[in-house]
Design a binder for this molecule. Sequence first.
Ligand code: IPD
Ligand code: CA
Length: 260
Amino acid sequence: MTFARMAEEIAAEAGEMLLAKRPARPEILATKSSPTDVVTALDRASERLIRDRIRAARPDDAILGEEGGQAGDGRVRWVVDPIDGTVNFLYGLPEWAVSVAVEVDGEVVAGVVNVVPRGEVFTAARGEGAWLAGERLRCNTGVPLDRALIATGFGYGAGRRRVQAEVLAHLLPHVRDIRRGGSAASDLCSVAAGRVDGFYERGLEYWDYAAGGLIAAEAGAVVEGLNGGPYGPELTICAAPGLFGELHGLLAPLDPERDS
Ligand code: IPD
Ligand code: CA
């Protein structure tokens, strides 16, 4: 079985479990980086299920997960966000996802984002395109910045948010509009599917973007950081090539990688 197929099966099973077990009001079990950065019992249960399935099928692979950290050191590593968009999950908003990526020798080769409440499973394999329900995905092209719908998100810390709000205030007059969906994994898939034209965010964790970054890139988007650097926690910018240049040009002088 391919990595993409295996990741898809595992993300599907985790999604079914989450839908079946989500109570009307999920309880907050713990907080992490700030009082608003929460963990529910089902974040942990989802990651446990995913880890169990990976270990059963491929015991030598390493696993990095949002809730359980790193285990193992194989050439193949699975990168897992058991619920991306936990705050949406908590409130019953339909924008949360199970994200599973597979790395070989440090390069992501397969990615799956299961946006569970919508029943949509985005998949990609490196060099083989990005797919949703049997359709090959292509990001929007030829959209000028002033017509672009741009998704973004915010971190959990007040100091980071102050700068993110400042950057957003500069950007907003120059674009069609902004969307804050609440799941970076899903946002990147939305770029792939042409549901937004671009995305940027500072402060993502690897599990937020490992799968979605490949899906967006395989759909033709440029996914990079500032000045041609790799995308990642400092900054992730994603859009079709022309728009990417305009968005980068607007963001770069704002020094968006700082915190206050
Ligand atoms: C968060 C979501 C959100 C993004 C945050 C992430 P979590 O992940 O992806 O859209 O803005 O930066 O931390 O906490 O829901 O897994
Ligand atoms: Ca996440």
